[in-house]
Write a new protein. Structure first.
Length: 519
């Protein structure tokens, strides 16, 4: 390990590989769990987890982002880690206290419509266990210690899949066993990450006392978080509004359709989740060294590459996701197919949004981020009501249920990220107009290819060859992905690369493959 940990290339390669394996694991659980639980129980489980995440988000007050940014800027940050660990304990206690006070006041039915108290508590505990695992993995990313942390997380994921598959096979998968398995695997991942980071790399992640440093860190956090407090309190509530209104107005089944569409669409984000912590860490580190040019290079490279990959996968998933959901999760989720067809494009907005928000926070430009977010939240709330409100209400809406949420998330997201991106491009001295033109061409090129093959050629192949929908879809999907790769070779600038860089990367991959064969 070098002073800055594993190299960017090795970190992204390993992270991407493990995320692809976790994608396969998630594909299994995304079918097993909804099928075994059924729409009603699965919808209630999803709603409880969303609510727990919202409460935690309100309590966070930018602490997680500040911790990752500050930790990325320093080689050794054990004192900061200890302070953040103490804060997490306090926040978890406050979450449970909120549930307890709500129960004593008799208002749990208002906050969690038609939900059992014990399930509310279990969902809260599970959410915090999962969040702790994410925070530990981010600690590893902030020190460039990504590879081992990803392997530990991958191992836990496969344990999770094996356990859930076994329970589903014997007919014992229900709300409580699902929570128990997820909680156990999260704790297992946390134990492995604690040993690797806090014991094996103690000098980087855990060494040092808090005496005399608490005030310094609190002041740094305040400078970072003060501009964000309003948006940090509002954003989780705005996001939660959609889930709450679906649960209150349409019930658990409709919540399940939204949940399964959201869960399956996030499978497209494998490339984004692989790169995001790396970009955040590298931009924060470069800016701490006053190297704005390097920060701009990292941002530009990942911006173009991730956008192209996500657009390719989103078009494919919009067509293929529906048949796959019905095949894996069962015909009981057929009503979720239109929702998924729209939600398939939400990862495009998420990719650009998460990347640009990471750059805002890595640069500690939190005031600019707050101002943009507040402006964008107004149409978000209004559109949520218009799309979800029943047509016969006092203020009538369109009554679209889960489909309305999908339209709102995708539409507002795709428009809103342009505002974030323009601000970052200008601040880093890059041409936003040029990038916008490239992305427009990308969407047109990939969209035309998808329309011709996935929607146009697929039914022809099915009819001419006399094969089933899934077989014809597999054949046209393979051709689609090959031709999408050909687009990159023909125009590498579309993904912010050069032909020389593509050739060098291909040669390096070939050498590694030959080396592995030689062993």
């Amino acid at each position: 390990m070098t002073e800055r940990g594993d190299s960017i290339r090795s970190r992204y390669a390993v992270t991407f590989a493990t995320q692809c394996l976790q994608l396969a694991a998630s594909f299994v659980t995304a079918g097993i769990v909804p099928r075994a639980l059924g729409p009603t129980v699965y919808g209630n489980y999803s709603f409880l987890m969303n609510t727990a995440g919202t409460i935690r988000g309100v309590l966070d007050s930018s602490a997680q982002q500040a911790f990752f940014t500050f930790s990325s800027q320093s080689r050794e940050s054990g004192r900061l880690t200890k302070l953040y660990a103490a804060l997490l304990l306090v926040q978890c206690g406050l979450s449970l206290a909120f549930v307890g006070v709500s129960a004593l006041a008799g208002i749990t039915g208002w906050i969690w419509p038609a939900q059992a108290l014990d399930q509310i508590v279990w969902a809260t505990l599970l959410d915090w266990a999962l969040f702790l695992a994410v925070s530990l993995r981010q600690l590893g990313d902030s020190k460039g210690l990504t590879i081992r942390a990803q392997v530990i997380s991958l191992t836990a994921s496969f344990l999770n899949v094996g356990s859930l598959t076994l329970l589903a096979t014997v007919g014992d998968l229900n709300f409580y066993t699902l929570v128990l398995v997820n909680f156990t695997t999260a704790v297992t991942a946390c134990a492995g990450l604690v040993h690797w980071l806090l014991v094996g790399n103690r000098e980087l992640c855990w060494a040092g006392g808090l005496h005399g440093r608490v005030r310094e860190y609190v002041e740094r956090w305040w400078r970072f978080a003060a501009p964000l407090l309003v948006i940090e309190y509002c954003s989780p509530l705005v996001a939660y509004l959609s889930s709450y209104l679906v649960q209150a107005w349409y019930g658990a089944d409709e919540q399940a359709y939204l949940a399964i569409a959201s869960r399956w669409s996030t499978l497209v984000l494998v490339v984004t989740t692989s790169a995001l912590p790396i970009v955040w860490r590298e931009v924060a580190y470069a800016l701490a060294q006053s190297d704005v040019e390097r920060a701009a290079r990292v941002y530009l490279r990942f911006n173009g590459l991730l956008f192209f990959l996500t657009v390719v996968l989103s078009f494919w998933f919009s067509r293929a996701g529906g048949p796959l959901v019905v095949l894996v999760a069962g015909d009981q989720y057929r009503a979720a197919v239109p929702v998924l067809a729209v939600m398939a494009f939400y990862p495009v907005a998420q990719t650009s949004g998460q990347l640009n928000i990471a750059v805002f926070k890595a640069a500690e430009r939190t005031g600019h981020f707050r101002n943009i977010s507040i402006v964008l939240s107004v149409p978000d709330v209004l559109l949520t009501y218009v799309l979800l409100a029943p047509p016969g209400g006092v203020v009538p809406g369109l009554g679209l249920g889960a489909l309305g949420v999908a339209l709102k998330l995708t539409g507002v997201g795709l428009v809103g990220v342009q505002v974030y991106e323009r601000s970052n491009f200008r601040w880093l001295g890059l041409s936003y107009t040029r990038a916008l033109v490239q992305k427009t061409v990308t969407v047109l090129a990939v969209g035309t290819l998808a329309a011709a093959l996935l929607w146009g050629l697929e039914p022809v192949v099915e009819a001419r060859l006399g094969v089933g929908e899934l077989t014809s879809l597999a054949l046209t999907s393979a051709l689609y992905l090959v031709l999408a790769g050909a687009i990159v070779l023909a125009w590498p600038e579309m993904v912010a690369l050069t032909r020389g860089e593509i050739a060098a990367a291909s040669a390096a991959a070939g050498r590694r493959a030959l080396s592995m064969v030689g062993r």
